[in-house]
Design a protein around this ligand. Structure first.
Ligand code: SF4
Length: 192
């Protein structure tokens, strides 16, 4: 699961670690599981300060110690955000099946993207008259296939699961913050 020696600041360092999270092509289930650490979130907040995250609504990522990435890459904006996280985060973690192998969104990979869009927006029963494939220039371009994040940037650690359990998040982050190589024992490491 681990790919490099950890050089994180020790647990009792004077400054708080900066932590950023993002959901790319994911369902936010990994974030919800993260929040399931419940009251331990208060302990975490004594050690870390959140930067960009759905939890803070900060829109751009600053210099961070840890970046947690939920979701794979299904459009050009996902790729751009991922590259920004990689550039800003000392340690980047692929969280959950979608970030690690594309997950459920990657089930479209054996189908033609044009056929999928046409089927969803032009052919499906119940569509309103004049329905068409969205083409507003502000919308990010979809990629032909959904990709796991390690195909685009270097990933330091992988936290598997769909989603990883709250206890897995807690153990993983505590190891990381303490300067240890994260190790999920029996019962915490799973791929479903
Ligand atoms: Fe949702 Fe599972 Fe993907 Fe996490 S890994 S974003 S829970 S589908």
């Amino acid at each position: 699961m681990t790919t490099q020696t950890n050089t994180m600041t020790p647990l009792h360092a004077p400054r708080k670690l900066k932590l950023a999270t993002v959901s790319l092509a994911g369902c936010f289930g990994c974030h919800m599981s993260f929040l399931d650490i419940d009251e331990r979130l208060l302990q975490l907040l004594e050690l870390v300060e959140f930067d960009r995250s759905p939890l803070t609504d900060i829109k751009t990522v600053g210099r961070c110690d840890i970046g947690l990435i939920e979701g794979g890459l299904c459009n050009t904006e996902n790729v751009q955000v991922l590259r920004e996280f990689r550039a800003q985060c000392k340690t980047l973690v692929a969280v959950g099946a979608c970030a690690i192998n594309g997950g459920l969104p990657a089930q479209r990979n054996n189908l033609d993207l044009g056929v999928i869009l046409h089927s969803a927006y032009a052919e499906r029963n119940g569509l309103s008259k004049g329905s068409a494939i969205p083409n507003d220039p502000e919308l990010p371009m979809m990629l032909n296939q959904v990709h796991p994040i390690h195909e685009v940037v270097h990933v330091d650690y992988f936290l598997p699961g769909c989603p990883p359990s709250a206890d897995a998040f807690w153990t993983f982050l505590n190891d990381l913050m303490a300067g240890r190589t994260p190790h999920l024992g029996h019962g915490l490491m799973h791929y479903d």
